[in-house]
Structures are given as C-alpha cells and as structure tokens.
Design a protein around this ligand. Structure first.
Ligand code: FAD
Length: 328
C-alpha cells in the first residue's frame, strides 16, 4: 500500500474500500459479483477485508482475501486482531496471507474478551503477549521483517472502551499511537467520523507531534456512507463517533424518506471528503470507505468527489497490480 501511494503522481488522491466476509454462500456470490463490478468501475487503490475478533471469521476472511488478491488482482489488506487469539491462529493467518500474496495487514487489538473469559479460559482463549495492537505490530515485524506493509487504527475523537472510563480522548491514545508507529506501522487508518473539526484537530496534532513519527506517514480517514437513518444512528452509537447537530438536523429533516436520507447522506459525506481533499497534506490524500458491502452510496460519493481515477498513464501504472511471485 505505501509503495502504491508513493508511486502516485503528486497530489493525486486515492481511496480504499472495506468489505466483510458474508455469512452465507448466497451472500458470497452476491458480493463476488459486486466486487467485480466495483473494482472495474471504481478502481480503488486497495481493498480491505475485515476480521472477526477472536478469529470468528478466520476462514471466511481468508476466502474473501483470496478472491480479492488472487482472483480479482486487487491489492488487498487483511485486518487481523490479536486479543483473544491463540498464537497459532495469528501464525496461521499470517502464513495464509503470505501464501495468497497478500502484502498488507491492518494490525488491530480487536475488542477485549468479555470478563468471563478474560483469564484465557472459555471461548477463543488468548495469549498474554497479545494485549494491545502494538504487540501484534511487533510480532509481525519480528517474524516477517518488511514482508508486510502494516497499518494501524486510530480514532480522531479518541478510542472508547472500559480501559479509560474517564472518557475517550485523543490525548489518551496518542502515546500508544506513537508506540505503534515506532514499532513499525507504515500507515494509519481512522475510525469513521462526521465531526470534521475533530478530524482536522486530530490530523494537525499528529502532523505536529514532537516525536516526528507522523510527519509524513499516510493517514487515511475512514468514511462511512450513510445508507439509512437507522443504520447511521446504530453505527455512530457503536463507534462512539459524534454526529454534529448541523448534520443530524439535515438527516432528521428527511428521516421519513429513505431515498432522501441516502441523497442527503451523499451530500454530507461528499462535503467531508471535499473538505479534507482540499486541505494541504504532505502525502497524497487518501480515503477509506466502510462500504458495509454496499455499492450505491459509495459510488455516488466517489463520483461526486472525483475520486475515481482517470486514465492517466502514471496513475494506471500505480494502480495496476504487478503479479507477485508466490512464496514457495
Ligand atoms: P490498541 O491500539 O491496542 O488501542 C486500544 C485502546 O487501548 C486505546 O484506547 C489505546 O489508547 C489503549 N492502549 C493501547 N496500548 C495501551 C497500553 N499499553 N496501556 C494502556 N492503554 C493502552 N475490530 C475487529 O474486530 N475486526 C476488524 O476487522 C476491525 N477493523 C477495524 C478497522 C479500523 C480502521 C478501525 C479504526 C477499527 C477496527 N476494528 C476492528 C475495531 C478495533 O479492533 C477496536 O476498536 C479495538 O477496541 C481497538 O483496537 P486498536 O487496534 O485500536 O487497539
């Protein structure tokens, strides 16, 4: 991913699309058709495949990664969580990814195990060595050197969980984010957000941080297309992302009309993308879209914001996947 970003012509924006592994064969064949269409018409720089915490989707995530990387020749990033995961599961995921030619891992902690099996007993179990995402970053670097390009998660409004009951804050997370980058992370991908001021503050804080580690690191903001009124309320509640009043008012005004919610949603996310796209950056601007495996809203936003690559030769060479020699 970082090599592809570096190969982009100066100031050329890019985007990535996130997919989760469907639960049923029918879901898989629908997604396959959709992925095929989306990869041709939208041309993302890369795609990402989510991982169920504790390895609950391990096989299905790997199948989807195989479809993306091997069959559709898309640069693929596999999300991998480490908490509540046996070391053998982490090893298997990394080995399988390598065997598929996947060169990118988003190294995550995952959600912590429930109290009743925190001691490693019961479902999943876990290794003491994998308490935080930084442990996984170190583990990957130790075992695989530079083979994988490693991304880590960050939270423009601060990460929310029981480990800091005083409330979520960027300031709380910052030392740990610095640690993840020093341990070898190559890029940062953010939690979804709608509060553009919070994002601006986040990016400014990182770029100006005294450690200097974020100075030129790719920071890819996470965008959630608005699919429906209920869905956006639910996802923002789960992710603890705030919806500023002026945005909520626009959605509230049309909440009885699903089509209008989608339309206003495209306007809202399009405006956020344009704001970020037009602000200065030491790196080409990138955007990560949480597609929820849906096609339309993200396609409209990409068209609206002119993120779909044209056919410039330079860009073509940057986005075309070179077939990788498969490891033996
Ligand atoms: P960490 O970096 O370990 O941080 C977790 C929290 O602990 C933060 O508040 C941090 O400040 C704090 N912390 C870190 N180190 C320490 C320390 N040494 N001492 C005290 N506090 C510390 N989840 C999934 O299950 N599957 C996915 O596919 C998935 N994809 C995601 C993609 C993106 C882009 C993002 C932003 C999140 C994703 N998540 C996914 C969710 C993620 O797993 C959870 O938010 C998880 O609770 C935190 O993961 P992390 O990697 O940010 O953890």
């Amino acid at each position: 991913i970082t090599a592809k970003i570096a190969a982009l012509p100066p100031s050329t924006p890019y985007f990535s699309l996130e997919f989760f592994p469907p639960k049923t064969p029918m879901g898989s064949s629908n997604l396959r058709a959709r992925l095929d269409r989306m990869s041709h018409s939208l041309r993302p720089l890369f795609v990402t495949v989510t991982w169920g915490a504790g390895g609950s989707t391990a096989d299905r995530s790997m199948e989807l990664a195989e479809l993306c990387q091997r069959e559709l020749s898309l640069t693929t990033c596999l999300h991998l969580t480490c908490t509540n995961m046996k070391r053998e599961m982490v090893d298997r995921a990394l080995e399988d990814a390598k065997a598929l030619g996947v060169r990118n891992i988003l190294a995550l902690r995952g959600d912590p195990p429930r109290e009743d099996y925190k001691d490693g007993e019961g479902e999943g179990g876990g290794e003491e060595e994998f308490e935080w995402a930084v442990d996984l970053v170190r583990y990957i670097r130790k075992g695989y050197g530079d083979y994988f390009c490693v991304g880590v998660a960050a939270y423009p409004e601060g990460h929310a969980d029981e480990s800091h009951p005083e409330g979520q804050s960027l300031e709380h997370d910052l030392p740990y984010l610095v640690e993840k980058v020093k341990a070898g992370a190559d890029f940062i991908m953010t939690q979804l957000f709608f509060d553009i001021e919070a994002y601006d503050r986040f990016e400014k804080t990182l770029r100006g941080h005294e450690s200097g580690v974020f100075k030129t690191l790719p920071i890819i903001p996470g965008m959630m297309p608005i699919q429906s009124y209920q869905m956006i309320r639910r996802t923002t509640k789960l992710s603890h992302a705030k919806i500023p009043k002026r945005i909520m008012d626009r959605l509230d005004a049309v909440k009885g009309d699903d089509e209008m919610v989608k339309k206003v949603g495209v306007d809202i996310v399009g405006e956020i993308v344009m704001h970020i796209k037009d602000s200065p950056s030491p790196q080409p601007r990138g955007f990560h879209f949480y597609t929820l495996n849906l096609e339309k809203a993200v396609s409209f936003i990409l068209e609206r914001t002119k993120l779909i690559p044209g056919s410039s030769t330079d860009f073509e060479s940057a986005i075309t996947e070179e077939p990788l020699p498969l490891p033996l």
